[in-house]
Design a protein around this ligand. Structure first.
Ligand SMILES: [Zn+2]
Length: 434
């Protein structure tokens, strides 16, 4: 009798699980604890880096780790005891920030645009869904037919387009631009990591500035160079953060029981040598091979058509307020390190001018930690783009634990300071060869 009841319960639980998957309800983080870790020694940092990527029960939030910085991690309830035992054994400083992550996630700080509202009022006071942004990009090609053209930079696993805009004013001839910037092309890539919503928001802000800002410094760079901007390099992941799991980072390619590879560990340049995981359930899973992800493969194919034409590549991520340049796979410095560092110095000075926002960084390997297979290294190493950088946008690493959820009222200040920084970078690159 009792056995029969137990069997019935098991069947019921099984059915409920199936129903849960079928309805694709929102993923919740009830009773997940949020811890702040701080590594004081390289050995402690190594332990933390091993944990990152070991399991989907540990979700590392700021994707970059270094000594003496605050590292935020979500720990599933069933892993808390093991997790704490390990921290105690290794002496890693840890602090409980929150006993129930879901409570924080329930607090509304991110305004998301109502997809049913009237068209024509795309703003940066709110975050947008993919279709909304794509509709806006398409509207630009109609509004500025001379300057703006659309391009499809690739496809996603679920069949979405990776849509980009090219902005070219053609007001000056190639002969009028000399030195490093003679290549004229600037490639801006956003949205690689799905949950980092401020990234696509910043790239669309830049597009709007290039087209509408009347300031003479902005006009000069807008009209002098040829811009390629891709706000959503990982459209499936981004849609999934809206429909199902706000903390999703990867693509959505199925790999056994888990989904997705980390698209910024998937590029074909020293792929999977260091700083990525071979576990498909990990948030830093490099994928089964370089360019296994259709998103990175097709985007790279598009960028390859511009080989020789680009002098600047910018990749936008969040969070931590860092500016990074090659390499991620080795501590060996790139051949034009001196110039990369000079442009870096100018860029971090400019980013703080308006609001005092402090950025730090350097070459990926030393500034944060070894990480191979990122787009900035591929652009530099394989596409020979001499200036390749990655911005980890607001907030700073020590701010909120849920840094991806940057309040919507910070989109415009972020865009403003990044425009300041980018303009200063371009001016410096120009000056280096004048
Ligand atoms: Zn990222």
């Amino acid at each position: 009798m009792w056995q029969q009841i137990a069997r019935c319960i098991l069947v019921l639980v099984g059915l409920l699980t199936i129903v849960k998957f079928a309805t694709a309800e929102r993923v919740r983080y009830d009773n997940y604890r949020v811890y702040q870790l701080e590594a004081k020694t390289p050995a402690q940092l190594a332990v933390i880096n091993t944990l990152d990527g070991s399991s989907d029960a540990l979700i590392f939030l700021n994707g970059v780790h270094s000594l003496n910085t605050k590292i935020h991690v979500l720990v599933a309830p069933h892993r808390v005891d093991d997790f704490l035992a390990l921290q105690d054994r290794t002496g890693i400083a840890h602090k409980l920030l929150e006993a129930d992550a879901q409570k924080s996630l329930d607090v509304e700080t991110e305004l998301v645009a109502d997809p049913n509202r009237r068209s024509g009022d795309y703003t940066w006071r709110e975050y947008h869904e993919l279709d909304d942004t794509y509709a806006w990009l398409r509207s630009l090609a109609e509004k500025y037919p001379e300057q703006v053209s659309l391009f499809v930079a690739g496809k996603s696993y679920e069949g979405r387009e990776i849509l980009g805009v090219k902005i070219a004013y053609n007001t000056i001839t190639d002969d009028e631009v000399v030195g490093a910037t003679a290549k004229r092309g600037i490639f801006i890539e956003g949205g690689m990591h799905a949950r980092e919503w401020i990234s696509p928001a910043t790239t669309t802000y830049i597009i709007n500035e290039l087209l509408t800002n009347t300031n003479k410094d902005v006009r000069k760079v807008a009209e002098r160079y040829v811009w390629y901007v891709v706000p959503h390099s990982n459209p499936d992941g981004f849609v999934y953060t809206h429909t199902t799991n706000r903390l999703w980072r990867k693509t959505r390619t199925p790999y056994g029981n888990c989904f997705g590879a980390d698209p910024n560990r998937n590029w074909d340049f020293h792929w999977n040598e260091v700083g990525s995981s071979s576990n498909p359930c990990s948030d830093t899973y490099a994928g089964p091979a370089a360019f296994s992800e259709i998103e990175t493969r097709t985007l790279a194919e598009y960028i390859s058509t511009l080989k020789g034409k680009l002098f600047l590549y910018l990749s936008f991520h969040s969070y931590s307020q860092l500016l990074l340049f090659p390499y991620g796979h080795t501590s060996e410095l790139p051949s034009n390190y001196k110039n990369l560092k000079r442009v870096f110095d100018v860029a971090v000075a400019a980013v703080s001018k308006r609001y005092g926002t402090r950025y730090i960084g350097g070459n990926v390997y030393d500034a944060i930690y070894p990480a191979a297979g990122a787009s900035l290294d591929w652009a530099y190493g394989k596409m020979e783009v001499p200036y390749s950088y990655c911005f980890e946008l607001r907030p700073s690493g020590s701010a909120l634990w849920s840094g991806f959820r940057l309040p919507a009222n910070q989109i415009i200040p972020t865009g403003e300071e990044i425009m300041d920084s980018m303009l200063a970078m371009i001016k410096e690159i120009d000056a280096l060869f004048a």
